[in-house]
Design a protein around this ligand. Structure first.
Ligand code: ZN
Length: 448
């Protein structure tokens, strides 16, 4: 399909390109083939769609670098609880475990995708189980994703929480390997797969080392949680006499391409270990605030040249999947913590959820900016609302004033998924209905 976005204000997010006013974007197939008059690549008469971009801001699609879409149906059930302790899990995840079906995870993840598209996210990094069903929802929704089946080594039993279980470890490892090999490149290339050891405590050795070898064999990246919580720190110290980062290094994990969520408990020497590697941290500021936990040391990591992307984590601990909120919160948290309002400049946080997200996926060459030759993953923001005026600084309005309701039109892989706030790629009402139906059934089955 050939599409022209006519006359938009384009924020390309490239290193040196300025904001372009009244600019046309040409899309052919799944790629951007021209930007501006000099980039014109086909006449308007050949365009199957011309989108009016006047008064709108075009941005590269947002990249949510850490979430768990099958947990979206657990939204709103663990508020005010802080980080789960051994005796205090997310109630519905505990009570529903025996009743959850792959179909529940399909509709839960599809619900997440509808929410993400509505808030301008075009790519997300996801890890959980039943990832075949998440992959199917990616096919059906039109979004782009990097998916990993979690390798876990604990029994899902509240009386013996996190007890090592060889059968679970072997089964989830095999599922991870099968899924990663089967699904990479599906959905016309919109799906990439990752190896996903859950974390250094919940995925114990020798499975961390095996996960590293699997990633090497398959030529895939790894996504995991790292240095996230106190029990993980305690376990690594007691069992290995090391920090989680040292455990990951010695397992060979850090020799691979790694997208690591949280990174909250990092020492100076941990950060020294992480520098100079293909290591990408993911800050999830809203989830960290809600759980009353620590903060990803974003300025320290960036100063050391370590890439940091942004994520929402799951809807159970956030409780939405809105990257615009994350962009703003990461600025405010570090302003407050450091006493320096410019500790993370606003344009850095916008980079974290576009360019840095693409780097974290090893996809800098075709995602993360609006440039000729890149994938046509494009967000159009409405600027007609009073909160988006005046235009003293367009970039400031995007970073500090915009909200999810301003996301107007979203393209992924050259396809219009949402236009003028209406999702056109699938039946959104049916997705919401089905997700609600799953929850009603689970509540009845679990007596909750
Ligand atoms: Zn997580």
């Amino acid at each position: 399909m050939k599409i022209i976005i006519r006359g938009a204000t384009v924020i390309p997010m490239t290193a040196h390109s300025p904001i372009l006013s009244e600019t046309d974007i040409y899309v052919e197939g799944n790629a951007i083939v021209g930007i501006g008059q000099t980039g014109r690549s086909f006449p308007e008469t050949e365009a199957e769609r011309v989108i009016n971009g006047r008064g709108k801001i075009a941005l590269p699609g947002f990249i949510n670098s850490h979430t768990h879409t099958p947990m979206t149906i657990m939204r709103g059930v663990s508020d005010g609880r802080g980080f789960p302790r051994a005796d205090d899990r997310i109630p519905l995840e505990r009570d529903w475990t025996a009743h959850l079906t792959p179909e529940d995870h399909y509709w839960s993840s599809f619900l997440a995708m509808a929410e993400m598209i509505r808030s301008g996210t075009t790519t997300f990094v996801d890890m959980y189980r039943d990832m075949d069903r998440v992959g199917q929802a990616v096919i059906d929704s039109g979004i782009r994703a990097a998916l990993g089946w979690e390798i876990l080594t604990f029994i899902n039993d509240e009386t013996r929480w996190l007890a090592y279980d060889e059968a679970t470890a072997a089964r989830t490892f095999d599922e991870c390997a099968r899924f990663a090999a089967d699904w990479h490149g599906r959905a016309d290339g919109r799906i990439m797969t990752l190896v996903a050891p859950h974390e250094t405590f919940t995925c114990q050795e020798p499975w961390l080392s095996r996960a590293a070898r699997l990633a090497e064999e398959l030529g895939l990246g790894i996504t995991m949680h790292l240095a996230e919580w106190q029990p993980e720190i305690d376990y690594c110290r007691e069992r290995y006499g090391k920090t989680p980062v040292e455990v990951a290094r010695d397992a060979g994990i850090l020799d691979q391409h790694v997208i690591a969520a949280h990174c909250l408990f990092l020492s100076e020497s941990d950060m020294d270990i992480l520098g100079g590697r293909s290591f990408h941290a993911v800050a999830c500021p809203q989830s960290h605030l809600k759980l009353a936990t620590k903060t990803t040391p974003v300025p320290d990591l960036l100063t050391r040249g370590i890439n940091v992307a942004l994520g929402t984590d799951s809807a159970a601990t956030n409780n939405n999947l809105d990257m615009i909120e994350e962009m703003r919160l990461v600025v405010f948290i570090h302003a407050r913590l450091t006493g320096n309002a410019a500790a993370i400049p606003g344009d850095t946080s916008l980079r974290m959820m576009t360019v840095n997200g693409a780097r974290a996926l090893n996809r800098e060459h075709d995602l993360g900016t609006l440039e000729v030759g890149k994938k046509a993953d494009i967000v159009l923001l409405d600027t007609s609302g009073p909160h988006m005026h005046p235009f003293n600084s367009l970039l400031s309005n995007v970073i500090y004033s915009a909200s999810v309701g301003d996301v107007l039109t979203v393209l992924v892989d050259g396809r219009i998924l949402m236009e003028d706030r209406r999702i056109v790629a699938f039946d959104e009402a049916e997705v919401i209905r089905q997700a609600d139906r799953c929850v009603a059934r689970l509540r009845a089955q679990a007596g909750s």
